[in-house]
Ligand binder design. Structure first.
Ligand code: FAD
Length: 446
């Protein structure tokens, strides 16, 4: 009798360079491909709206591709620890394999499940599939983790080069009696009333084949000018790979292997390095989305929240054109250019004096690439409470940023039209002073 191998897909919705899937096939027994929608386990943060949209389409694509190769994707909903064990028992599985996750609650689920399955005599193996370097392998001379990016990335570059990506499997032998599966449509991941996803549909094609095409196009067309134009939001010069990496439709090993030998790829690869740094930071600080990394920031005197200011920011109605353009791009497409993310975040925190956590939550709900590391990590970086080498309190001036990075106003016109801007809801100079005064309290905190 066969003892199938369960491949538990999580943030790795791909067939190529998927070490867990490869190991399952190599085991020589039929394969059960499983995805669990877990919104119940303690500490698991439910996906935001835009992420749910992406997940739906990416799962539909994965399911189709698995079918072509000979296997069926089983969808189940519930606390992952319980669901995976149930399927293992139902199917008489001999082994369960997965690629590792690095968030605190996720690691806890996986560790407990590993112990429980082994007690049931089921083999369990986990693999490195989502990061170029495992967080525990990049340490300072004294064995601690890095808190500043530049030495972190230098240390990564000094390690043995990332492994070569694994090819896509030719065939995957599924089980003859597939465990029952939920219907993807019943999960209600797509918005219906109202259906706000038109802009997402116009902008994106989720799934592994489209991700690979996007990587190819970026390498051929945009990478050579990346360093020069990456900061200009109107240039369309960046890779747009973030949602693809977020959902694991592409592995960082594939991105690395395909770009490393291109002249001038260093700047682009160091951005992949920031992604690594964010995840390593989350590994060491599981509370990254809720607690200041620099604890002296707990003393920051946030004034009472003005809901009308938060709403104006969310809607792109602040009267500051670059901020409004960014927030409207985000609402329409589920994405915002990195430079504009920094400007909109700085405006919320340092001109509206609204706690970075409120902004992080909005991005979590609206970004198709929202992930548990990069989003809070970058919010904290902008707030000044996070991992940053800069010894001063950085406040972006949105007007100067617009002059410098969108000098012809192409980006702001694209997203806010030609209308004469309304007056800004706050005075940039006054609020800047207030933010600096608030920061003084942090500086005085021992
Ligand atoms: P490229 O410039 O082509 O970069 C290539 C890849 O490097 C990206 O796809 C991404 O995976 C990685 N990367 C680049 N910059 C960063 C960075 N600063 N931190 C981490 N990874 C980076 N990125 C996310 O993937 N998810 C988030 O939830 C997220 N939230 C953010 C919130 C704020 C306030 C800010 C300022 C930045 C955030 N970023 C986040 C980082 C960055 O803005 C996006 O990764 C980038 O804009 C994606 O566009 P791209 O793929 O074209 O990037």
């Amino acid at each position: 009798m066969s003892s199938p191998t369960i491949v538990w897909f999580r943030d790795d919705l791909r067939l190529a360079d998927n070490p867990a899937l490869r190991a399952a096939i190599d085991r020589g027994e039929p394969v059960i491909a499983l995805f669990v929608l877990d919104e119940e386990s303690p500490g698991i943060r439910p996906h935001g709206g835009a992420a749910r949209w992406w997940l739906h389409h990416s799962l539909a694509s994965l399911s189709e591709r698995l079918q072509e190769k000979g296997a069926t994707l089983v969808l189940r909903r519930g606390p992952a620890g319980r669901v995976v064990r149930e399927i293992a028992e139902e199917s008489g599985a001999g082994a369960v394999v997965w690629n590792r996750r690095y968030g605190g609650p996720e690691r806890k689920i996986d560790a407990e499940l590993k112990t429980a399955l082994r007690a049931d005599d089921v083999e369990v193996t986990s693999f490195a599939g989502s990061l170029l370097h495992e967080p525990w392998t990049v340490t300072t001379g004294s064995g601690t983790h890095y808190s500043v990016f530049t030495p972190f990335w230098r240390a990564c570059l000094a390690l043995p080069a990332p492994r070569s990506p694994l090819p896509e499997p030719q065939r995957i032998d599924g089980v003859s009696a597939t465990p029952s599966s939920d219907d993807l449509d019943d999960w209600g991941l797509l918005p219906t009333r109202p259906d706000w996803a038109a802009g997402l549909r116009e902008t994106w094609e989720p799934g592994e084949p489209a991700a690979r095409r996007r990587l190819r196009a970026f390498l051929d067309e945009d990478l050579p000018a990346y360093d020069r134009t990456r900061d200009e939001p109107a240039a369309g010069a960046t890779s747009l790979l973030s949602p693809r990496l977020r959902w694991g439709e592409l592995s960082p090993f594939t991105v690395w292997a395909e770009s490393v030998d291109t002249e001038g790829a260093g700047g682009f690869l160091s951005e992949i390095g920031w992604r690594e740094f964010a995840w390593h930071t989350l590994f060491h600080f599981p509370d990254l989305a809720t607690k200041n990394l620099r604890r002296e920031f707990d003393a920051f005197p946030w004034p009472r929240l003005k809901p009308s200011h938060l709403e104006a920011w969310q809607r792109g109605d602040t009267g500051v054109r670059l901020v409004d353009a960014g927030m409207r791009e985000l609402w329409r497409t589920g994405f915002m250019h990195n430079r504009v993310r920094m400007v909109t975040a700085s405006f919320l925190i340092k001109n509206l004096l609204i706690d970075w956590r409120r902004g992080e939550e909005w991005f979590w709900d609206t970004l198709v690439d929202a992930d548990g590391a990069s989003n809070p990590f970058n919010w904290q970086w902008v707030a000044g409470s996070g991992a940053d080498a800069a010894p001063y309190f950085r406040i972006f001036n949105p007007e100067l940023q617009a002059k410098k990075f969108d000098p012809q106003g192409l980006y702001v016109t694209q997203w806010t039209g030609d209308a004469l801007a309304q007056e800004p809801i706050v005075d940039l100079g006054e609020t800047r002073k207030a933010a600096l005064a608030a920061y003084d309290v942090v500086k005085r905190t021992p």
